[in-house]
Write a protein that binds this ligand. Sequence first.
Ligand SMILES: [Mg+2]
Ligand SMILES: [Zn+2]
Length: 185
Amino acid sequence: MTESRRAAFVDRDGTIIVDAHYISRPEQVRLVPGAADALRRLNEAGVPVVVVTNQSGIARGTITESEYARVAERVELLVREAGASIDATYYCPHHPAITGPCDCRKPGTGMFEQAADEMELDLRGSLYVGDKWRDVAPGIALGGRAILVASAETPADDLARAERDAEVAGSLGDAVIAFLSESAR
Ligand SMILES: [Mg+2]
Ligand SMILES: [Zn+2]
C-alpha cells in the first residue's frame, strides 16, 4: 500500500508570477519576488509543488492552448533557473458562460482531486494557497490548510473572507513557512 503525501497546491497568476491578465507570450512572464524561494523550501521538505490555475482566456479566445503551453514552459524554466521546481501543473481552460459548467474551474475541486488520484496526494494534509478566495475555498472544502496571499489583484471581499474563514499570509514564503512548521508538529 502506498502512503499518500501532502502537497502544496499553488495558484499561478498573482501568486507565482505577476498577474498581467491573460498572458499569451513567454516574455510577459515575471516571477513574484520570493516566490521561487518559497517553492524551493517546499522542494527541500519533499512536498510536491502542484500548480493549479484557471485559464479562462483559452475559452474566451484570448489565448490559444499552444500559447498557454509556451507560457507554462517559461514559468517552469524561470522557477528552475531560480533553483526550485514545479512537480506538476493542472489548468482549467473553461469559462462557464462560454463552455458551460465544469468541475475543474476553481473554486471547484476537480483539478485537486485529479492531482490527488494521479500523484497519490493527501488532500486533507495539503496546503492551498493563492491570491483569490477561489484558490483557497477548495482547501476548506477538502479539509486542508487554506492560506490567501494578497496581490494587487485581490478583491477586498476576498481578503476579508479569508481573514474570517481561512488564513492570510504576507507572502508565499510566509504561507509555506506556516504550513511546513505546522506539518512538523
Ligand atoms: Mg491568481
Ligand atoms: Zn474547467
